[in-house]
Design a protein. Structure first.
Length: 91
């Protein structure tokens, strides 16, 4: 398992530069590394979506806590949104 600081660095490297990092960096500078990761996940979700690489990185390094809770919530919303699109397309 990687440290939260290492996870943040890898996540930052995986995500394209178009993903906003302002909130994540603010949390990182405040020493709130797990909340920096959750902010980065949230910004990635709203900007480019969550790739399999991002999901794998988080799943491999967290079992519980705010990071996995955020990932699970975002994946839930992603599932709802994709299901909603499918329903609209069928009508």
């Amino acid at each position: 398992m990687l440290s939260s600081k290492e996870v943040y660095a890898r996540l930052d490297a995986i995500l394209p530069s178009s993903v906003d990092r302002e909130d994540a960096e603010s949390n990182l500078n405040a020493g709130e590394i797990e909340y920096a990761i959750t902010a980065l996940l949230d910004d990635a979700y709203t900007s480019v979506g969550l790739s399999d690489a991002v999901v794998s990185l988080i799943r491999e390094n967290y079992d519980d806590g705010p990071v996995i809770d955020m990932l699970d919530a975002l994946l839930y919303f992603q599932k709802l949104n994709s299901g909603g699109d499918a329903v609209r397309m069928q009508r």
